[in-house]
Design a protein around this ligand. Structure first.
Ligand code: M6R
Length: 600
C-alpha cells in the first residue's frame, strides 16, 4: 500500500518520478505527489486523485535533478491534497514520503511536538516534524534521522530530502518494501523494481531497520547502529513489456488472457531435464518431517489455499489447515507437534501474512512461501520459496496469480506424494497441459461471458455463488472477484448451507451462479439450484463437460476432476470483468483497494 520513488542524478527527475509513480499506482491511488529539489529549494506538487491529475499540476518549468514521489492508499486521514505526501516540516527544510503505519505516532506527537502546528491528519507528518526538531536541537541530519527511526513503532519505507543538502536522499525501511536501484551517475529508490525499470534493472535489497544514504554516485547502507552493510545488487528479471497493457483496455483482461501461457510456463519451470516434475529436496524433506501443514494467506491467495488443501490431502495424504492470516496472527490455533507452514502470497509483501511468518519463525517452525515475486519479503524470510512464474500482476483483482498458485500447489502435492511413495492415477504434466488448452477455450469465450454478465448482473444489487466441495471454494473466489471490481454485493456459499439461513435472501430475479464440476456432488448442487429457483432466483449454472444438462448456461471444457478450479474460475473472472465494465467501474483500480496490502 502506497508507492514510493526517488531519483538523484543528472537528468530532470520530474518525468522519471511521474513515470515511476504511474507504475506504482496499483499500490494505492487516492492521492499522489512529488517533491523535487534544485538550487532554488524544494518544490512540492501534490493532488487528490490519480497520477494523471498530479501530472497536470506539476510545473514543467521547474527543473531538478533530485526528487521523491508517492502514491497513497490512505490509512491516517482522508484522501485529500493536505494529507497527500510528500509532507514537509514546518521550517520547510525537510520533505518526506512514507509507506506504512506508525503505530506510536500520537505518543511521539505528545512527547516531541508539543506546540508544533501540524498541517495534516497523517502519521507521516510526525516523522518529518520530529526529524526537524532533532536537527534544530543540534543533531546532524543523519543522526536525527537515525534517532527518529529508532523511535518509530510500526512499518515504514521512507525517503527524505534535506533542502540544505541537495546531494542526498535519505532512505529507510522497516516491514514495508523498498529497494535502491543503481545506475551510472544516478541512483533511484522504489517500492518495487517495476517502477524504475525504465532507468535500471540493477537493484539492492534493503532489510528491516536499515537506512541508506543515496547520492548520485553512491549508495551506503547502514544499520540503525551506524554500521555499514555491504550488499551485492541483483538483476531484476522483469521484461518492460510485461508491465505494459499493450492493446488491452485493462490489465485485468490481459492477465486473464495470459493464464494458458502461464500454465505452460509453470509446467516447464517445474520439470527436470527428463520432463519429470521436480521440487527442491529440502522442501520435500520438510513435508516428510511434518505431521500437519498450515496454509496461511489472505484474499484470493486464501481461496487458492482452500483448493491447495484438497490437493495436498488427497494426493500426498498429509492433513492441512488453511487460515486467514489476519486472524491467525492473534488467534493461533493449537498447533500439531511437527507443523510445516505454507505462505501463499502473490506479492510476497502482505503484512498480515508476514506477521504470521515472523511469529512462526520465532517459534522455530519451517516455512515455505509460494509467491510471484522473487526477493519479496515473504520469500526472503521463509526457509523455502516456490515461484509462480506468472509475470507481474498489475490489476488489483488477482486472476493469473490464483490459477498459478493452484498449479504450483498441485505440483507440490503431486511431487510430495511421489516422494512419500504414493502413486497417483494420473499424469499431472499431461493434465495441466489439458488445463492450459481448456483455459484457451475459455479466454476465447469472452462474448458469451459478456452476455452472461449483461443478462444476470447489469442491474442487480446482489449475487450469490454456490457450489459443493471444491466448487464452493471457487465460488468464494468468484464472489470476491465480482464484489471487489463491480461493487455488487456478492457472496459465496456451500450449496448445502443455503437452507440454513442464506436462502432467506433469495428474491425474485436474484442471480445465483452455481458451479457443477464435481460428479460426486452433482446431484446435490442441482438440488440446491432447484431450491433457489423455486423461490424466484435466476440461476446460472456453469458445469463441467460430461455433467451438463439442458438448463446449464455454460459448459466448461473437460479437465481432470481434481483440477477443475483451474478452469472453472475463468468464466467467473470474465463475468466479473464485464459486470464491472457494464457498470462503468474502474476495473484495474477499484475503489478503496490497493494491490499490495502492506499494512496490518
Ligand atoms: O499479494 P497477496 O496474494 O498476499 O494478496 C492477498 C490479497 O490482498 C489479494 O489476493 C486480494 O484479495 C486481491 N485483490 C483479490 O483479487
Amino acid at each position: 500500500m502506497c508507492g514510493i520513488v526517488g531519483y538523484i542524478g543528472q537528468q530532470d527527475s520530474k518525468e522519471i518520478l511521474l513515470k515511476g509513480l504511474e507504475k506504482l499506482e496499483y499500490r494505492g491511488y487516492d492521492s499522489a505527489g512529488i517533491a523535487v529539489m534544485n538550487n532554488e529549494g524544494i518544490h512540492v506538487f501534490k493532488e487528490k486523485g490519480r497520477i494523471a491529475t498530479l501530472r497536470d499540476a506539476v510545473n514543467q518549468d521547474v527543473a531538478a535533478n533530485a526528487g521523491i514521489g508517492h502514491t497513497r492508499w490512505a490509512t491516517h486521514g482522508v484522501p485529500s491534497k493536505v494529507n497527500a505526501h510528500p509532507h514537509q516540516s514546518n521550517s520547510s527544510r525537510f520533505t518526506l514520503v512514507h509507506n506504512g503505519v506508525i503505530e506510536n505516532y500520537s505518543i511521539l506527537k505528545n512527547e516531541f511536538l508539543q506546540g508544533v502546528e501540524l498541517k495534516s491528519d497523517t502519521d507521516t507528518e510526525i516523522i518529518v516534524q520530529v526529524i526537524d526538531k532533532f536537527v534544530s536541537e543540534g543533531l546532524e541530519v543523519e543522526e536525527a534521522f537515525r534517532k527518529t527511526l529508532a523511535l518509530l513503532k510500526g512499518s515504514y519505507a521512507i525517503a527524505l530530502l534535506d533542502e540544505l543538502n541537495k546531494e542526498t536522499i535519505y532512505v529507510a525501511k522497516n516491514k514495508s518494501p523498498l529497494l535502491v536501484g543503481l545506475g551510472e551517475n544516478f541512483n533511484v529508490v522504489a517500492s518495487d523494481a517495476m517502477a524504475m525499470l525504465q532507468v535500471t534493472d540493477q537493484y539492492v535489497e534493503l532489510m528491516d531497520k536499515e537506512m541508506v544514504i543515496v547520492t548520485e554516485e553512491s549508495v551506503t547502507i547502514k544499520t540503525l547502529d551506524g554500521n555499514v552493510v555491504e550488499r551485492a545488487p541483483y538483476t531484476a528479471e522483469l521484461d518492460a513489456s510485461d508491465i505494459e497493457k499493450g492493446t488491452y483496455p485493462h490489465y485485468m483482461l490481459k492477465e486473464i488472457d495470459e493464464q494458458p501461457l502461464v500454465m505452460r510456463k509453470i509446467i516447464q519451470k517445474y520439470q527436470d531435464e527428463n520432463g519429470k516434475l521436480t521440487i527442491d529436496q529440502d522442501i520435500l524433506q520438510s513435508f516428510d518431517e511434518a505431521d500437519r501443514v498450515y496454509i496461511i494467506a489472505a484474499g484470493t491467495s486464501y481461496h487458492a489455499g482452500l483448493v491447495g488443501k484438497q490437493f495436498i490431502e488427497k494426493m500426498a495424504n498429509i492433513p492441512v489447515e488453511v487460515h486467514v492470516a489476519s486472524e491467525f496472527s492473534y488467534n493461533m490455533p493449537l498447533l500439531s507437534a511437527k507443523p510445516l507452514f505454507i505462505f501463499i502470497s502473490q506479492s510476497g509483501e502482505t503484512a498480515d501474512s508476514r506477521a504470521v511468518l515472523v511469529q512462526v519463525k520465532e517459534l522455530g517452525y519451517k516455512a515455505l512461501t509460494i509467491t510471484n515475486v522473487q526477493g519479496s519479503t515473504l520469500s526472503r524470510e521463509a526457509d523455502f520459496t516456490l515461484l509462480l512464474h506468472a509475470g507481474p500482476e498489475i490489476a488489483v483483482a488477482s486472476t493469473k496469480a490464483y490459477t498459478a498458485q493452484l498449479a504450483v500447489l498441485a505440483i507440490l502435492a503431486a511431487v510430495t506424494a511421489e516422494s512419500r511413495g504414493i502413486e497417483l492415477d494420473f499424469d499431472l504434466v499431461k493434465e495441466l497441459g489439458i488445463v492450459a488448452n481448456g483455459m484457451e477455450v475459455l479466454c476465447d469465450a469472452k462474448e458469451e461471458m459478456e452476455e452472461i454478465a449483461r443478462e444476470y448482473l447489469s442491474t442487480t444489487r446482489n449475487c450469490f455463488f454456490i457450489g459443493r466441495a471444491v466448487d464452493f471454494y471457487v465460488g468464494l473466489e468468484g464472489s470476491l472477484k465480482l464484489k471487489e471490481i463491480s461493487y455488487i454485493q456478492a457472496e459465496g456459499f456451500a450449496g448445502g448451507e443455503l437452507k440454513h439461513g442464506t436462502i432467506a435472501l433469495i428474491e425474485n430475479g436474484t442471480p445465483v451462479i452455481a458451479l457443477a464440476t464435481q460428479e460426486h456432488v452433482n446431484l446435490g448442487i442441482r438440488g440446491n439450484v432447484k431450491e433457489v429457483a423455486a423461490r424466484g432466483a435466476n440461476p446460472c449454472i456453469i458445469s463441467m463437460k460430461g455433467l451438463e444438462t439442458e438448463e446449464d448456461r455454460y459448459v466448461l471444457p473437460l479437465v481432470h476432476e481434481a483440477l477443475t478450479p483451474l478452469v472453472s474460475v475463468i468464466p467467473l473472472q470474465l463475468i466479473s470483468y464485464y459486470a464491472a465494465l457494464h457498470r462503468d467501474c474502474d476495473v484495474d483500480k477499484p475503489r478503496n483497494l490497493a494491490k499490495s496490502v502492506t499494512v496490518e
